[in-house]
Write a protein that binds this ligand. Structure first.
Ligand code: 13P
Length: 231
């Protein structure tokens, strides 16, 4: 049986208005994919009618509720119909100083509230890949019981390949996939400058799917990526 490929769109802090978000939702609503819009567009009114995609979020806090101004809890996400949550994206690690310790707490909280975490790992310079991936996996998954670890989707996103157009060659990415597979039996996605021309290169070398940034903001391009993965 052909394995099911998981395609996830990370819209990051885009698009800038709710009317543009509605248009983008309308363009992708028939897709079998996970869409992770900004929190403010998670409201069912703008996407729900006839949508086939699954909803994801881009981050969450580790507490259920409380005095954490500006934060969103995993319980809140669950109550909004969200199924997946991206945790530990390199942009959060870099701009918001998220540490592996914080990421570990977020993973535990997301799992506790029944969300599927998409844990992002990846190196800044390609020569450090194995060491960084190893360290992040060890620290991020620390203390999570095996049964729960299995539920986590891992996204290998080399930082230098994100938003640069300088994607990681699929053979090089395959090496990182092997290192990850030596340590876990989880689903592994590739992310970093994916477009419809190269998207199947990664699934051909064994990745279970893709985490798509920039190309997911163009409905036509994203549809191509999802369709390519399904054929
Ligand atoms: P780009 O596809 O824009 O490189 O972004 C990748 C990414 O960060 C997805 O989480």
């Amino acid at each position: 049986m052909k394995k099911k490929i998981l395609i996830v769109a990370n819209w990051k802090m885009n698009p800038p208005t709710s009317s543009e978000a509605e248009k983008l939702f309308a363009g992708v609503k028939k897709l079998d994919a996970v869409i992770c819009p900004p929190f403010c567009y998670l409201d069912a009114k703008i996407w729900s009618s006839g949508a086939k995609f699954t909803l994801g979020a881009q981050n969450c806090h580790w507490e259920e509720k409380g005095a954490y101004t500006g934060e969103i809890s995993p319980k809140m996400l669950k109550s909004m119909g969200v199924k997946y949550v991206i945790i530990g994206h390199s942009e959060r690690r870099a701009h918001f100083k998220e540490t592996d310790e914080m990421i570990n707490k977020k993973l535990k909280a997301a799992l506790k509230f029944g969300l599927i975490p998409i844990l992002c790992i990846g190196e800044k310079k390609d020569k450090d890949a194995e060491i960084v991936v190893d360290k992040q996996l060890k620290e991020d998954l620390n203390g999570i019981i095996e049964k729960d670890v299995k539920k986590i989707v891992i996204a290998y996103e080399p930082v230098w390949a994100i938003g640069t157009g300088n994607f990681c060659d699929s053979q090089k990415a395959k090496k990182a996939l092997r290192w990850i597979q030596e340590k876990t039996s989880n689903k592994v996605l590739y992310g970093g400058s994916v477009n419809s021309k190269i998207s199947t290169d990664y699934t051909k070398v064994g990745f279970d799917g893709l985490l798509v940034g920039g190309a997911s903001l163009n409905a036509e391009e994203f549809i191509k990526i999802v369709k390519n993965a399904q054929h």
